[in-house]
Design a protein around this ligand. Structure first.
Ligand SMILES: [Ca+2]
Ligand SMILES: [Ca+2]
Ligand SMILES: [Ca+2]
Ligand SMILES: [Ca+2]
Length: 361
């Protein structure tokens, strides 16, 4: 090899290893991402008249939006970010805002792909996940004119920690899909929260539903699991256990908003049946005990009568509990289950509860 050829090979090797080590390719306008690499959006793209703005035509692509916007003109059959072929794997779209397309972000032709920390607003369809082993995590799919997150014929996908609000048809659509996990999402103010069509064996828990209609099934209703086994951990309603879902409605009389919760642990006393094959065995309640301001443990009930005399959580009744009750009366009325501190049993927190508690010390 000539000296020149050696130098050339060396330079080529340095360039290629640079790409392998994650060299970043700047993106400033709509374009094809036609080879593996990390593409980084440098600026907002506003009012683009493209049909497909960010057109991913390769596997092993990371598109990093850097918090910038990819904005279109609501043109028919348009995509903000689209991966074109079902052969593609390992695609990540992250930290991008996508507005005014028919479809905001679609990775439905891909597998082993992810949409992370991105936002889709004012599209017809917000975000479509990859068809297998893919995820949509910590995204916002809000105020789209049809569907926030649309999953059709998907297996083994996870939809976790998303805000899916105020979409005009459905917040979340799951059709012909199996073995998916839908958890830790907020679905509020959609015309319909969650539309499930011909989908089974999906695990759906720790979601916060607050829509006029929360769940509707297609004609053929199949089995799904709507809770996990109870385990410690802050749930989506702020309570101390992971279990099922929180079922609210805008009127304030959703199952989770009115269910009895005898032991104040944030899990309703009875199951919530959506359908014979779809039962949330452990729906969440909002009537759980919280630590009082300045304390880290929840009050206890030393004599097991259902009243929580031990407000300072030192496991016994003492004078300091009365002091805490006196200082925190309004906070208790606003934040705690009333029945736990209604020592005189008149249905509200009042001064006589303090007197009654003092009498027990
Ligand atoms: Ca309970
Ligand atoms: Ca007690
Ligand atoms: Ca105490
Ligand atoms: Ca009272």
């Amino acid at each position: 090899m000539s000296k020149r050829a050696v130098v050339f090979s060396l330079i080529t090797w340095i360039i290629l290893s640079g790409i392998a080590c994650g060299a970043q390719i700047p993106v400033t306008d709509c374009q094809k991402l036609s080879g593996p690499g990390t593409y980084v959006l440098q600026n907002d793209i506003i009012n683009s008249d493209a049909i497909v703005c960010i057109n991913i035509t390769s596997s092993d692509v990371i598109f990093q939006g850097n918090g910038h916007t990819v904005d279109g003109q609501d043109k028919p059959s348009s995509w903000g970010i689209f991966a074109t072929s079902p052969a593609f794997t390992n695609i990540v779209v992250q930290d991008v805002i996508v507005n005014d397309w028919v479809t905001g972000i679609s990775l439905r032709n891909t597998r082993d792909s992810a949409v992370l920390a991105s936002s889709a607003t004012s599209n017809r369809f917000g975000i479509l996940p990859g068809y297998y082993n893919s995820t949509i995590t910590n995204c916002r799919a809000v105020k789209n004119s049809q569907t926030g997150i649309y999953a059709w014929s998907n297996n083994n996908i996870t939809i976790i920690g998303n805000i899916i609000n105020e979409n005009q048809y459905q917040g979340l659509y799951l059709g012909f899909s199996k073995n998916c996990t839908v958890r830790d999402n907020r679905l509020e103010g959609n015309n319909l929260g969650f539309f499930i069509v011909e989908s089974d064996n999906n695990q759906i828990f720790n979601n916060y539903f607050n829509n006029t209609a929360n769940v509707i099934f297609g004609t053929n209703v199949l089995d799904n699991q709507w809770n996990t086994t109870t385990r410690p951990g802050m749930n989506i309603a702020g309570g101390p256990y992971l279990a099922g879902n929180f079922w609210a409605n805008p009127k304030g009389d959703g199952f989770s908003q009115i269910c009895p919760d005898g032991n104040n642990d944030g899990v309703c006393d009875s199951a919530f049946s959506l359908d014979a094959k779809n039962i949330d065995q452990l729906p969440l309640s909002n009537k759980f005990l919280r630590p009082l301001p300045g304390y880290s443990d929840i009050p206890t009930d030393p004599d097991s009568d259902g009243l929580y005399e031990d407000l300072n959580a030192n496991a016994r009744k003492d004078f300091n509990d009365v002091v805490v009750m006196f200082n925190q009366m309004q906070w208790i009325a606003a934040h705690e289950p009333i029945s736990a501190f209604d020592f005189n049993g008149n249905g509200r927190i009042d001064f006589n509860d303090i007197v009654k508690l003092f009498g027990e010390i």
